[in-house]
Ligand binder design. Structure first.
Ligand code: PHE
Length: 444
């Protein structure tokens, strides 16, 4: 068993968890899902999903991780030896591979746009730039490879020192930047249309699919359902208040997603771009904003912005890789180098298909979706909620109430009054809610 380090402080725990949570899910995925699923109504469902379904699962994962001080597979073996719960351990090893594949493709887009920003190509006429880029073969493949190799290098160098130091600086900077972009975006002509879209709900747009997407996005954005939070919680100091770090991470993640919405949507409307166009939304819109500014301002902001997106993406992709590598190290006896190389190669092969699915492989459809979209939907709408459902059933029904209470209240020293409510959410509401969404989505 490997020697486990601890994070140095609560601030470090929250920053590392927020580092994993805040990423492309907030800046790239959230705005385009809002655009595809009816704006404000989607946001309301998303907020409900975050607090009622997903925060209890955050607690469930934290409790397992802190109780066992192991990553998922080992934790299941320790708490439920000889039972089928080990399959949950395996599910959470499979999911990060799949996500890493397509996540790194979008990370590669950010690398590419950073390069374009540095060479002043984002401050000229940017019409048609993005579709041309992703449908080509080599450029996205090269930048995707750069991104996945960079992720692997950080893991090889030792994550925690890197992540802890890096996220403490990067996360606050990210907030300052996005607020700046929101302010600029709101001053663009026609931007009020975008604001209205974000605050005026049209509930006629809501159906089972929209609810499933909102729930899936909540899991994806908070890095839940595949053991990331569990693993990070296993590094938390003994006296850490898990409820506080859970709420802290959720609020930081939510605020960032909403800010990203207010940065992107007003500009989308101002530029006359279709809000429902899908995964390219941010990459089409941001360059438009930058090209509207005086060149040096636009260029500087574009560089800083894509650099920051890239950093946010890296702190998340690192956490994806770490879960799978930790499993290979602990359970399969592999060295860190061997494990990292293996996961990276598998992720890379998957990613190649995802990247090409915007160009030469665009005709290949799985369940009517492109390879990229079907992997994304499979993971966030099904595998992550399934993992989350099993985690919460495990804590709510398999573990004893005393153990759960002991861990949640740090031995009865804090959060004792709220325990009953959280336990109820973990035991009944969250699992039932997820099941209902699953069933309606399957049959409607
Ligand atoms: N939460 C990350 C994001 O929003 C993605 C992620 C999902 C990371 C699952 C780890 C685990 O970008």
């Amino acid at each position: 068993m490997s020697q486990r380090e601890n994070f140095g402080s609560r601030f470090a725990v929250i920053m590392a968890m927020a580092g994993s949570a805040i990423g492309l899910g907030n800046i790239w995925r959230f705005p385009y899902l809002v655009g595809q699923n009816g704006g404000a109504a989607f946001i309301i469902i998303y907020l409900i999903a975050c607090f009622l379904l997903v925060l209890p699962i955050f607690m469930a994962e934290s409790i397992i991780g802190r109780r066992t001080r192991l990553s998922t597979f080992g934790a299941m073996k320790k708490l439920a030896p000889g039972t089928p719960w080990k399959w949950l351990g395996l599910l959470t090893v499979l999911t990060p591979f799949l996500i890493l594949g397509y996540y790194s493709v979008v990370g590669g887009w950010a690398v590419d746009y950073l390069w374009k920003a540095c060479t002043l190509r984002l401050t000229q006429d940017t019409a048609g730039l993005f579709p041309g880029f992703i449908s080509s073969v080599w450029e996205p493949l090269v930048t995707f490879t750069i991104f996945i190799v960079a992720t692997a290098v950080v893991i090889l160098l030792g994550v925690k020192n890197g992540i802890e130091k890096f996220t403490k600086v990067c996360m606050p900077a990210l907030f300052v930047l996005i607020v700046g972009i929101v302010i600029f975006s709101l001053t663009l002509p026609g931007s009020s249309e975008g604001v209205r879209y974000l605050v005026k709900p049209d509930f006629s747009k809501i159906d089972a699919g929209v609810v499933a997407s909102a729930m899936g996005q909540a899991f994806f954005s908070l890095s839940l359902g595949m053991g990331t939070i569990l693993t990070y919680a296993s590094y938390a100091p003994e006296n850490e208040n898990m409820l506080a770090s859970g709420i802290g991470t959720t609020v930081a993640d939510l605020s960032f997603a909403l800010l990203a919405g207010f940065a992107i949507m007003p500009a989308v409307f101002s530029a006359g771009i279709q809000p429902g166009q899908g995964p390219g939304l941010v990459f089409d819109t941001l360059p438009y904003i930058f090209s509207q500014m005086p060149q040096w301002v636009g260029a500087t902001l574009a560089i800083v912005f894509f650099l920051t997106i890239l950093m946010a993406a890296l702190t998340s992709s690192i956490s994806l890789l770490e879960v799978a590598v930790a499993y290979l190290k602990e359970e399969r006896g592999m060295g860190r180098v061997q494990g990292t190389v293996l996961v990276t190669i598998v992720g890379w092969v998957l990613g190649v298909f995802c990247s090409l699915s915007f160009g030469p492989l665009s005709g290949v459809k799985l369940f009517g979706l492109s390879i990229f979209d079907s992997l994304d939907r499979l993971c966030s709408d099904w595998l992550l909620p399934l993992g989350g459902l099993l985690f919460t059933l495990f804590v709510g029904w398999y573990m004893s109430r005393e153990d759960v209470r002991d861990e949640f209240t740090s031995g009865g020293t804090r959060n004792t009054r709220i325990f009953g409510l959280v336990y109820f959410l973990m035991r009944y509401l969250a699992p039932l809610g997820i099941l209902v969404v699953f069933i309606t989505n399957l049959f409607l």
